[in-house]
Unconditional design. Structure first.
Length: 252
């Protein structure tokens, strides 16, 4: 769907604009590596919000993903962002592949029995939850974090986990399958014969979703007074560690 829209947009571009798009879409390897390193250094100085996406990994990818059979799973996101409010509320994030989460979300999209049903919940973590961010980012150490006794959660209308004590939770419906970020031939101006660039064996996929509901988040049972205060502040990732926000003192 999105690739069709992009292709249509390319046909409407003047020739000079098409050449410009092709130019910025196909930089040299040396230029790309230099830009990547500069961007990495800049983003270390930029605080990023932290979220956990939760869904159901079906036991059989060919089966109905809403039948409740499978394993609940979650993954930490540091790339989550809101990209639009009008005409539809849209959010986006990326996931490294291969991953169970990316496979599960694309499986949900393939289930056409209910195109309006949510595919996942995006839990925006509070400053009291750096431990959850770590737990859901290490599948090697915590392969089933939602089964840990110290992780409290409830179910959304579709049955997906809503983590307790978060800053907020969004039930979301993917607008399409994920878009490959290691193969940009769907971008206007890319030539079909161009080779994709390898980046150390890792690549990512982009997910765009419509927010269908802002969920009611349950409180954490037995939460300390300090954690209760931190629950109203966002969890941020800044300079390779977790942090939160504070007010800038006003000038007297």
């Amino acid at each position: 769907m999105l690739s069709t829209c992009l292709a249509s947009g390319r046909r409407n571009l003047p020739r000079r604009s098409q050449e410009y798009v092709r130019c910025i879409a196909t930089p040299s390897t040396a230029d790309t590596e230099h830009t990547r390193e500069q961007l990495r250094q800049l983003l270390r100085e930029t605080a990023q919000s932290v979220a956990v996406v939760t869904t159901l990994v079906p036991s059989d990818p060919r089966a109905d993903t809403n039948d409740g059979r499978g394993v609940y799973h979650g993954a930490t996101l540091s790339s989550f962002t809101s990209i639009a409010l009008d005409p539809l509320p849209l959010v986006a994030f990326s996931l490294r592949i291969p991953s169970r989460m990316a496979t599960a979300l694309n499986t949900h999209v393939n289930n056409l029995s209910n195109t309006n049903a949510a595919h996942m919940v995006i839990n925006i973590l509070s400053a009291a939850q750096p431990d959850l961010a770590l737990k859901f980012s290490r599948p090697d150490l915590h392969p089933r974090p939602l089964e840990d006794s110290d992780v409290q959660w409830s179910r959304s209308e579709e049955g997906f986990p809503i983590l307790s004590g978060t800053l907020g939770a969004l039930s979301c419906t993917l607008i399409s399958r994920s878009l490959p970020l290691g193969d940009l031939r769907w971008v206007p101006g890319r030539h079909p014969s161009e080779q994709t660039e390898e980046c150390g064996g890792f690549t990512s996929e982009l997910f765009i979703a419509r927010v269908s509901r802002v969920e009611r988040v349950p409180r954490v049972e037995g939460q300390t007074e300090e954690n209760d205060r931190l629950r109203t502040l966002p969890l941020l990732y800044h300079r390779r560690k977790y942090a939160t926000s504070c007010d800038i003192p006003s000038k007297s």
